[in-house]
Write a protein of this length. Sequence first.
Length: 279
Amino acid sequence: MNEAIKMMLSRYKLTDIRAQENALKEIIQEIALLALWRSKFFEKAAFYGGTALRIFYGLDRFSEDLDFSLLKPSKHFDLISYHKAIKVELESYGFSVQINKKKKNIESAIQSAFIKANTQEFLFEVETPKKILKIKFEVDTDPPDNFNTEAKYVLHPIEFFVKLYAIADMFAGKLHAILFRQWKNRVKGRDWYDLIWFVKNNHPVHLKHLVKRIQQTNDNLTLKQFDRKKIISMLLEKIDIVDFANAKKDIEPFIADKLRLDIWSKDFFKEIVHKICFI
């Protein structure tokens, strides 16, 4: 294994195979971010989602995907033009890389009422000593407006910076996911885990950005229909239909202390929702 990778792995408590996989995947994500910085990607796009929260804000769970949004809509943006930079960077650290376009199950203006058709998705398959790790890379080429960005610095594998959505806008994106993500019979427990983290750390929601996201996937809705009271009501209705036993199964591979999930229930999350602050 590359010496730089060994040094980066030393930051983690590698208690089992799953922990080793999660740590190595996060290192690969950081190297991919470095490649994007070198290729000026962050002049056009911003980073958001669970991995962004993990790396830059200390979210205490691992994350699988790299999620980005263009700073302004572009029909001509092509993520493929950045593949070579990512491949070269990862290979310089001893990884073998394959990048493939991710096939979508449904082609429509709106993907499952949440994933948009104009989102570009690719799957990175990185060969490691023990297995091939897969990381989804997604870019929203038609972002909703009313969001802010900020620059954050990374020290590994070298010093560089990444442009991110502001934390209040990331919370807005998370609430949108909770309300409208459809995984058929599955529940993304990571969304609910992140909700707790946002509230516990006193992060507010940017209401206008949340409304823009809702309108973009539900174009029959108007801005006047949404305020704090309405959003809370929608969340409470969502909680009533969520299978939290299923949600726990989703989040378990990404956290170290699974006992924290024992408290999860509909009543618990209703209490959490009432503590959400909006700006």
